[in-house]
Design a protein around this ligand. Structure first.
Ligand code: IPE
Ligand code: IPE
Ligand code: MG
Length: 246
């Protein structure tokens, strides 16, 4: 039986988040420049998104560029921004064909104007699509997002719109850039690194974490199914005991 056939469709995660890591090492292993790895990461993005849409995952958040990634060599940053522009331009029609809605989280104002424009147009064009929402985390870090939320809540408190004792988890959720999406049940990181790297710190509080040594450009739909199967075999207790769940 294929991996896909083994999936329990009733128990699919609604939202999968991915730290797409290992592009640089993939390229280095082939004696190429790092950007060659990023370019080859695009097909893994396409395959993952299409597989998610096909099986019925509703949200896919992809960590594409972190706040910290701005500190990389200028050439690499520029090449990544160019790749973003050209990929969006080329792939918007595929998103339309596959009924995928594109969204973005992060400090989008920090992206070059051309990126913002291209991204904005694709978001607008795909906004009526309903099969899968693909969220690109760009110039994103969870601490950036949480500081924004804290500032907003502090302002509401200062203006008397909220009493401090009423600040709760639902309110924090409401002020994060991820407010429109359920929290991811599953987080996948490729490349063997086992860390969160400032990704969705709040939203991952009870997510199942899955780490694979595969480098991102090699990640394919079978790897995705494998991760979901692993997830489906876990018992999610949310602090309770096994007996309580039964
Ligand atoms: C992930 O691959 C892509 C981005 C962070 C933009 P890396 O570029 O981090 O690849 P490694 O980790 O150096 O191999
Ligand atoms: C995390 O990867 C960010 C993205 C995948 C966009 P990094 O390669 O930047 O993470 P660290 O710095 O090695 O943890
Ligand atoms: Mg990396």
């Amino acid at each position: 039986m294929s991996l896909k056939d083994q999936l329990n469709i009733q128990k699919l995660p609604k939202h999968i988040a991915v730290i797409m890591d290992g592009n640089g090492r993939w390229a280095k292993g082939k004696g190429k420049f790092r950007i060659f790895g990023h370019q080859n990461g695009v097909k893994a993005v396409k395959e993952t998104a299409e597989a998610c849409a096909e099986i019925g995952v509703q949200y896919l958040t992809l960590y594409a560029f972190s706040t910290e990634n701005w500190s990389r060599p200028k050439d690499e940053v520029n090449a990544l921004m160019e790749l973003l522009v050209s990929t969006i331009r080329k792939e918007t029609k595929t998103l339309m064909k596959n009924n995928i809605r594109l969204e973005a989280i992060g400090d989008i104002n920090d992206l070059p104007a051309k990126c913002q424009r291209e991204l904005g147009e694709a978001i607008d064009e795909t906004k009526g699509n309903t099969r899968l929402t693909m969220i690109l985390a760009l110039s994103y870090s969870a601490k950036w997002d949480m500081i924004n939320a804290i500032k907003h809540i502090a302002l509401e408190a200062k203006e008397g719109k909220v009493a401090i004792e009423n600040i709760d988890t639902a309110m924090v959720d409401k002020f994060l850039s991820t407010k429109d999406y359920p929290h991811p049940e599953l987080m996948i990181r490729t490349s063997g690194e086992q860390r969160i790297s400032n990704f969705l710190l709040w939203e991952l509080a009870y997510s199942e974490l899955y780490f694979t040594p595969k480098l991102w450009p090699d990640f394919n739909r079978e790897d995705l199914y494998q991760a979901i199967l692993d997830y489906q075999q876990r018992e999610r207790r949310f602090g309770k005991t096994s007996e309580q769940l039964a």
